[in-house]
Structures are given as structure tokens and as C-alpha cells.
Design a protein. Structure first.
Length: 282
């Protein structure tokens, strides 16, 4: 694809595609998002992830395109859809600039800047049977993203994050979630506020606790269940144990004594979903 093709596509939607370099303020804005420093914007890189962002009806602030890297009809079609949705601007960058911005070995030529949905506790619409996941102090962006992705796949209503060292806007979180951060309510709030919300809405608390409790598959989960997953090394914060709860664990065989937090959360979420039933995707 040539620069003229991108400018023609932009003009079709009444927009202007402009060439920019590394010193441009819009590049600085993108780099801030790529480093996870902007708490309201995420950078989405590549053809596949941007297709996911479109499917999520993401609010696309800006689009950064390297025309020389767009080689396929599918890429051109996606670019057209992205340009039509870009609110703030369409920016053309050279291969050199793109490689300085992108992850190593990435050559897909498209990065969008998407705004995270602004969701508060009172915005979450609940069903008769519902699941929420609570991430307490997780450190790995890969784990956080994987759990958010799994939560959406398992039909959870929301993910709450406390004491997190891994930001929702971290690019690794975004990639690991396959852009579920843009479609599933992910709320960073104070523990006291969430505990009040859980109590008000009739949720039962369950703790993913490797030290013991009841085998996870032996539990009949409440119609509104909240599963707390703790820090990869230290587990769930002591403050949580002051609340009424039931601890559950996943039995280990052989010499293994624990599972990755993302794997454990996936097993627990799907056990609860299997009890609720898989009749609806909504």
C-alpha cells in the first residue's frame, strides 16, 4: 500500500491523513500509551488485535499507519474500517518510526489508540446468575490479561482489580486479553467500595486458596459468585479474610504444588459457568 492510498481512504471518510515523525506530539502521546502510562488509553497493535478492537466497538482516538507494511486485501479492508472510526486523527509513519514504536519483530503496520470504557460499579448490569472475578495484587500483566480474556469467555460480568502492580493499560495486558479490556467491564476501585457493592447485590465470596479449603469441584456455587484470585507469590491479602467467604482449592498431582494464576482462575471460572449453564453468550 502507498501513502496516497491511505490518504485517499481517509478522504473518503472526510478525514485528513498526515505524515508525522518521532518528534510529533501525537507520537509522544502514543509512546505514553505504549508504556502503559496513560490510564485512559491503550495502544492496540497489529491486524488481528485491531480486528478484535473493532468487534468490541472500541472508541478509537487515533490511528497510526505504516503503508509499506500493509500487504494484504484483509489488511486494507481492516484499515478502511479503522480509519472510518478514528475520532482524533489518522497519522502516517515511516517504517523506521514504526519499528521504533512497535514490539520487536512486529511488521503489521497498524497501531490504534483506543479509549478504555469509563465504567463505575453502578454501571454494571447484573443478571440473576452472575460471576465476577477479583484480582488482588497480581504482578504479571500476562496473568491479568489472560484472566480478563477468560472472564469474558466464561461469561463473567466484570473483573475488579486491587493493589495491582500490572496496569490494565500495560500493552502486555492488552495483548494477553485479546482486547477484552475494551469489551468487558474492568474496574479498579477501593476494596471497601467493592465489598459494599458485592454485599448490596447478594454475592457470595469464594477465595482461590492453594493452602486449603474445599475442593473447587465439590462446591455448589451461589447464583451470584465472586471469586478472589491473589498475588502470584503471596496469595490473597489478609484484609479479605475478615469478610465471610469460602476457600476453594484445585487438587495437585505429582510434584506440582500450584498452578499459574491465569490457569487457576480459568479452571475456577469455567467450573462456576458450567454450573450456571452455557445457554447464552450475553
Amino acid at each position: 500500500m502507498e501513502e496516497a492510498d491511505v490518504k485517499s481512504l481517509a478522504a473518503r471518510f472526510g478525514k485528513l491523513a498526515v505524515n508525522i515523525g518521532m518528534k510529533n506530539s501525537n507520537i509522544k502521546r502514543l509512546r505514553s500509551a505504549l508504556r502503559g502510562r496513560d490510564k485512559s488509553l491503550v495502544a492496540v497493535e497489529g491486524i488481528w488485535l485491531n480486528a478484535k478492537a473493532l468487534a468490541s466497538q472500541a472508541h478509537i482516538e487515533a490511528l497510526y499507519v505504516c503503508p509499506a507494511m500493509i500487504h494484504t486485501p484483509e489488511g486494507a479492508d481492516l484499515l478502511s474500517s479503522l480509519i472510518s472510526r478514528a475520532v482524533r486523527g489518522v497519522y502516517i509513519v515511516s517504517e523506521g518510526v514504526y519499528h521504533r514504536l512497535s514490539e520487536p519483530k512486529s511488521d503489521e503496520g497498524v497501531i490504534s489508540l483506543c479509549r478504555l470504557p469509563e465504567i463505575g460499579l453502578d454501571d454494571i448490569r447484573l443478571r440473576e446468575k452472575d460471576l465476577v472475578l477479583i484480582l488482588d495484587g497480581l504482578e504479571s500483566p500476562g496473568n491479568v490479561g489472560t484472566i480478563i480474556r477468560t472472564a469474558e469467555a466464561a461469561g463473567a460480568r466484570a473483573v475488579f482489580i486491587f493493589h495491582g502492580q500490572a496496569s490494565v493499560t500495560n500493552p502486555r495486558t492488552v495483548r494477553s486479553s485479546l482486547c477484552s479490556v475494551l469489551s468487558l467491564p474492568v474496574v479498579e476501585a477501593e476494596m471497601e467500595d467493592v465489598q459494599h457493592w458485592l454485599h448490596k447485590n447478594g454475592f457470595t465470596l469464594y477465595f482461590a486458596d492453594a493452602t486449603g479449603g474445599t475442593i473447587y469441584s465439590d462446591v455448589e456455587y451461589a447464583s451470584r459468585s465472586a471469586m478472589v484470585v491473589g498475588n502470584e507469590r503471596y496469595g490473597i491479602s489478609p484484609e479479605w479474610y475478615e469478610a465471610e467467604h469460602l476457600s476453594v482449592y484445585i487438587p495437585m498431582m505429582g510434584t506440582v504444588d500450584s498452578l499459574n494464576a491465569g490457569v487457576a482462575a480459568s479452571i475456577l471460572a469455567y467450573e462456576i459457568r458450567s454450573q450456571f449453564g452455557f445457554g447464552s453468550r450475553s
